[in-house]
Design a protein. Structure first.
Lengths: 240, 234
């Protein structure tokens, strides 16, 4: 198995604050990894480290055997960290042209004038427009998208993965991640657990309920859920 | 080098200089060109607002927009970070350089020989206002370097005797005689506009030029090697 992404005992910190430590997982070309964790657990930091924007305090990340910075020049990488990272003053059509040069949208309004979902979709289409792609790294990609756009995104991620790209995703929307990934990384404060899909659900596709149950077990199951988490969990139980 | 067109296109789409500043450059250049065309002797004064504007424009700040994720598309493309940084600098100073060149051409056409806008002192001043503020602001919010410089300038102008910035005439190459002119040039490079730098003056501007070049090298190295976390994720 050719390893596309190899993360070994990774630790990252901002100043004196340790964001996470001891993260290890492997991902082959054509596989997807889902990163799950509460706010502030280091999901964005992990993805940014894989994308070469951050240097680990210890441990290493290898993409096709190279450090992320070196790999960026040789491996087509699509990285998008959400609509908030788009410069608001830039016109939508011009931003869209930065992907592979093709027209993504004719809209000439500044990005700040677009709805959040439209910005998110434009950012994704621009980032995913690069060809060919060896690595796709998306941070909360379904946030703000309407159902149609969400389905488009899931389809395009599957397509990129099936064409051989390694995919790393983070999301709070477990029903979107479920079934899409081969590896799930649960990031909790001072604890990182990697489970393969067959370890979570040996005989059936992984569902959002599986992921919620694993997540609860990993954090002890005794911690009180905050209101929104309870509601989210009830939604999942109702079969959303 | 194959990524150079993309680099320039990226910073054309995501300009480090706000459109309002570019428009101000256009207006200032138009008025200054008119002044120089009608009275070439005003060239020195006509360049002053361009240099002042360049001082603030060059203070564009690289790290802040990068940490907001504005440059993610470019930074994850595999282009060397040093080239990204240099492209940022070039596109930052381009409006000011263009304005200066327009004024220099107008002056040359209006006055013929003896143009002050292409004098060596002018080149030194342009270099200073195009490099030092950019380097000083690399990790800071936009305009920080320009504001800091202006503060220093005003402090110096009010603390020392009136006309202090005219006192950079160099008459000796002795070290103690060069310190004050070198300091004045560093703080107020606009005073060198139009001067033809002889050996004593060159010795006086050398520390400032060297400092600006060193600051550029340090800033580029820092930007090329530093982490770029997302502000919101820290």
């Amino acid at each position: 198995m050719d390893l596309a992404v190899s993360v070994r005992n990774l630790s990252v910190q901002y100043g004196r604050r340790l964001v996470f430590q001891g993260v290890s997982f492997d991902l082959a070309a054509g596989q997807a990894a889902g990163v799950i964790g509460p706010n502030g657990s280091g999901k964005t930091t992990l993805l940014r480290t894989i994308a070469g924007c951050l240097t680990p305090r210890s441990g290493e990340v290898r993409i096709n055997g190279l450090t992320p910075r070196d790999a960026l020049a040789r491996t087509g990488v699509a990285y998008f960290a959400g609509d908030a990272t788009l410069p608001g003053a830039v016109r939508a059509a011009r931003w869209g042209s930065l992907g592979n040069g093709d027209t993504v949208t004719q809209d000439r309004r500044p990005l700040r004038a677009l709805s959040r979902g439209t910005r998110q979709l434009l950012g994704l289409r621009t980032a995913l427009g690069r060809q060919p792609l060896g690595l796709v790294v998306l941070d909360e990609p379904w946030e703000g998208l309407d159902p149609d756009a969400g389905r488009w995104l899931s389809t395009i991620i599957e397509t990129k993965r099936d064409r051989g790209a390694a995919v790393v995703l983070s999301s709070h929307r477990l029903h979107d991640l479920a079934g899409l990934c081969d590896v799930y990384l649960f990031l909790l404060p001072h604890q990182a657990t990697v489970l393969r899909a067959h370890e979570i659900a040996p005989t059936e596709p992984v569902t959002a309920e599986h992921l919620v149950d694993v997540f609860d077990r990993l954090r002890g199951g005794t911690l009180p859920l905050r209101a929104w988490e309870t509601e989210g969990r009830e939604e999942l139980r109702r079969g959303r | 080098m194959t990524d150079t067109p993309y680099l320039l296109r990226f910073f054309q789409v995501v300009p480090p200089v706000p459109p309002l500043i570019v428009a101000t450059f256009v207006a200032v250049t138009g008025v200054a060109s008119l002044a120089v065309a009608t009275s070439p002797g005003r060239a020195r004064g006509a360049l002053a607002p361009v240099l002042l504007l360049q001082l603030f424009t060059a203070s564009s700040g690289f790290a802040v927009p990068a940490r907001r994720g504005h440059y993610d598309l470019l930074l994850t493309r595999g282009t060397s970070r040093l080239r990204v940084t240099l492209a940022h600098w070039v596109t930052t100073i381009a409006p000011g350089i263009f304005s200066w060149l327009v004024l220099a051409v107008v002056e040359r056409l209006a006055a013929g020989d003896g143009a002050v806008l292409l004098a060596s002192g002018t080149l030194a001043a342009i270099f200073m206002v195009s490099t030092l503020p950019w380097a000083l602001t690399i990790a800071l919010p936009r305009f920080s370097g320009g504001i800091g410089w202006l503060l220093l300038l005003v402090t110096m102008g009010t603390t020392f005797a009136e006309g202090v910035f005219a006192e950079w005439t160099v008459t000796s190459t002795r070290v103690e005689a060069l310190v004050w002119p070198a300091w004045v040039f560093l703080i107020y490079p606009l005073g060198a506009v139009g001067e033809s730098l002889g050996p004593p003056q060159l010795l006086a501007v050398a520390p400032g030029i060297t400092l600006a070049a060193a600051a550029m090298a340090i800033a580029c190295h820092w930007a090329a090697h530093s982490d770029i976390p997302l502000s919101a994720a820290q």
